[in-house]
Design a protein around this ligand. Structure first.
Ligand SMILES: Cc1ncc(COP(=O)(O)O)c(C=O)c1O
Length: 399
């Protein structure tokens, strides 16, 4: 079947490398990724005719099918069309971009905000927009790939510190030239581990060493802080964080991303950052859906309440089953199985019993941390929990 998918026709070494790639062949053999659902209704999805409960979405608040979000998207499509066909720096800027940016900035407690067409771009830009050759970036070892790409593109030197370990960060800083400009790159909630970033300690260390802090809060927005204002707000440290970046594709129920900070920082980013200057603006319906979700977050607190009620219930179940959740403190909850084989079979048994999860193995996670990533949504129902519990008990008894 695999041979049939990729019939040999290589004309050059690069095409040949792609054709022979063992990881791609393995991916096809085990069919772990790139599933296509033919239907979705809330937490229910259907893949190849099989009904599954979604237990791996980043839609923490469950707003993507909220009537107000859907209506906002439709209205924007009707009013503005499908896209603006240009970068914000050139022909693509519209009134709704400014409105979304102003609303997001106010919500996050920052003066200004710039919106991108993907969270990946915005998180890259949260580094490349500010760090440059000659600077030093202090990076948590477990950062998201978008931040590593930003770090690489910035041409700054990089020092890695142990995951969420302020003391290690302090030690490294103590050995560096005090006059070199430094940027600390951290996350609010680490998406694979579910850990909350150690912001109180890290902001203190940053102050002692004159460091700029860039926070990726893709998973913290909607989940932590008053009305879901994120991890900085949760700790009352918004003023101590220079940049808050994130995604619109999680609690904000759309696609896209943002970088927020003081007006001078955002204007600097708009002048210099290639991801802002040379990439097309987000579409009218994407922006409208996020604006609607942002409003719901402030007017309908029940979604966040439900998310945390469901999270506590799910955590209790995992504890009862004595599963290793890597001390996750949030709705992003890994089940650490420790080896690739165990993670695979656990994932497969969940699937058989109608539960959709995502597998992540080394090198995507540290050695010995091969895991099945699960995530809770405000939308999970009593019926979902019954199915999830049965599937977890089954998978646990089999591996
Ligand atoms: C921590 C983190 N940053 C950035 C991104 C990129 O966001 P998007 O998927 O909206 O491109 C993700 C996506 O999973 C993420 O987990």
């Amino acid at each position: 079947m695999i041979r049939h998918l990729f019939p040999s026709k290589s004309r050059n070494p690069i095409a040949e490398r792609c054709e022979k790639d063992n990881f791609t062949k393995l991916r096809h053999k085990y069919a772990l990724y790139y599933q296509i659902a033919e239907r979705q209704d809330g937490t229910q999805i259907t893949i190849d005719g099989k009904d599954l409960v979604m237990l791996a979405s980043n839609e923490y608040l469950g707003l993507s099918q909220h009537p107000k979000v859907v209506e906002a998207g439709k209205n924007a499509l009707e009013k503005w069309g499908s896209g603006t066909m240009g970068a914000r720096s050139a022909n693509g800027g519209r009134e709704f971009h400014r409105e979304l940016e102003e609303e997001l900035a106010a919500f996050l407690g920052k003066e200004a905000c710039h919106v991108f067409s993907a969270g990946y771009l915005s998180c890259m830009a949260s580094i490349t927009g500010f760090a440059q050759r000659g600077d030093i970036i202090l990076a948590d070892k477990n950062l998201h790939s978008s931040l590593w790409d930003g770090i690489r593109l910035s041409m700054a030197d990089v020092e890695r510190f142990s995951h969420n370990n302020p003391e290690h960060l302090r030690k490294i800083l103590g050995e560096l030239d005090p006059d070199t400009p430094k940027l600390i790159s951290i996350e609010g909630i680490y998406s694979m581990e579910g850990h909350i970033g150690a912001l109180p300690e890290i902001t203190q260390i940053a102050k002692e060493h004159d460091c700029f802090i860039s926070l990726d809060d893709a998973h913290g927005i909607g989940v932590l802080g008053e009305q879901g204002r994120g991890t900085a707000s949760h700790f009352g440290l918004t003023d101590k964080i220079d940049i808050i970046a994130g995604s619109l594709s999680k609690s904000l129920a759309s696609t896209g991303g943002f970088v927020a900070g003081n007006a001078s920082l955002i204007e600097f980013l708009r002048t210099h950052c290639k991801q802002a200057i040379f990439s097309a603006a987000i579409s009218p319906s994407q922006a409208a859906c996020s604006r609607a979700a942002l409003k719901i977050m402030q007017e309908e607190p029940e979604w966040k309440q439900r998310l945390w009620d469901n999270t506590r219930r799910y955590k209790a179940l995992l504890e009862d089953l004595k599963l290793d959740t890597w001390e996750s403190e949030t709705p992003a909850i890994p089940i650490v199985l420790g080896t690739r084989e165990r993670a695979y079979y656990f994932w497969k048994h969940l699937w058989e019993k109608g539960v959709f999860s995502v597998i992540s193995t080394a090198p995507g996670v540290p050695p010995g941390k091969d895991l099945v990533r699960t995530a809770i949504s405000a939308r999970h129902t009593e019926e979902d929990f019954e199915k999830i519990e049965a599937a977890l008990r089954y998978a646990n008894s089999k591996v």
